[in-house]
Design a protein. Structure first.
Length: 221
């Protein structure tokens, strides 16, 4: 195999999974069992001291962080991001990925995992509510970016589409009112009709089935 992706079902490791499927790359997936604390075990921390998926083991070495993994894969597999040769355009493309990684993703975490942020039902409810409010503001931005369609960068699909689709899946699965953002909803439907995305979703479903068999699953949606 060219690559090994360390992943957990429903997690943001689904983003490189979609990219690898889109590229037709040769890869296998190593399931990280969060419920067993596998992401805190020394062998995993040696790959990613932050204790998080995704990690992509590449022929050049291991890589962490979705922005870096997306940029690396795009360098090796043309068609995953727009042309990165112009420094300003490349920086704008990185900014869009980083917007999802460092602005949207932490809000997703507060919506889905408020127990990581506060103790007690009342405080956690408040964290979640505030995060939902914040996400509404950003959903307007994403909806506008996707308005012209069919993809974030117009006619060309990219990992940016995979990334915003993962956010959509996580927030709508947690009660975010997706119907208020019709361009984002239509984009999600287009993603789910794409063969590479379907293959990635099927891989994630197989990981979830493994966890279910082992009594270690948590709901993906
Ligand atoms: N900035 C990182 C975030 C990765 C991340 O937060 N991964 C989550 C899953 S979506 C994780 O592994 N969480 C486990 C934990 O933090 O304990 C990236 O973009 O790759």
């Amino acid at each position: 195999m060219t690559y090994t992706l360390y992943a957990a079902p429903g997690a943001c490791s689904r983003v490189p999974m979609m990219a690898l499927e889109e590229a037709g790359a040769d890869f296998d997936v190593e399931l990280v069992r969060f419920m067993r604390g596998a992401h805190r075990a020394p062998d995993f921390l040696a790959l990613n001291p932050a204790g998080k998926v995704p990690v992509l083991v590449t022929p050049d070495g291991p890589l962490t962080e979705n922005v870096a993994i997306a940029t690396y894969l795009a360098g090796r597999h043309p068609g995953l991001l727009p042309d990165l040769s112009d420094p300003y355009e490349a920086a704008r493309i990185t900014a869009n990925l980083a917007y999802v990684s460092s602005t949207l993703h932490p809000i997703v975490t507060r919506i889905r995992m408020p127990m990581f942020m506060a103790d007690g039902d009342a405080a956690q409810g408040s964290v979640r509510e505030k995060a939902m409010e914040m996400m509404r503001m950003h959903a307007t931005t994403v909806d506008a970016a996707l308005g012209a369609g069919p993809w974030w960068y117009g006619d060309d699909w990219s990992v940016q589409d995979a990334y915003v689709y993962w956010v959509w899946f996580r927030i709508t699965g947690a009660g975010f009112p997706g119907e208020d953002y019709p361009a984002w909803a239509a984009h999600a439907a287009r993603m789910e009709a794409r063969a590479s995305v379907q293959r990635a979703l099927a891989r994630d479903a197989r990981l979830q089935a493994m966890l279910e068999n082992e009594g270690l699953a948590v709901p993906m949606r």
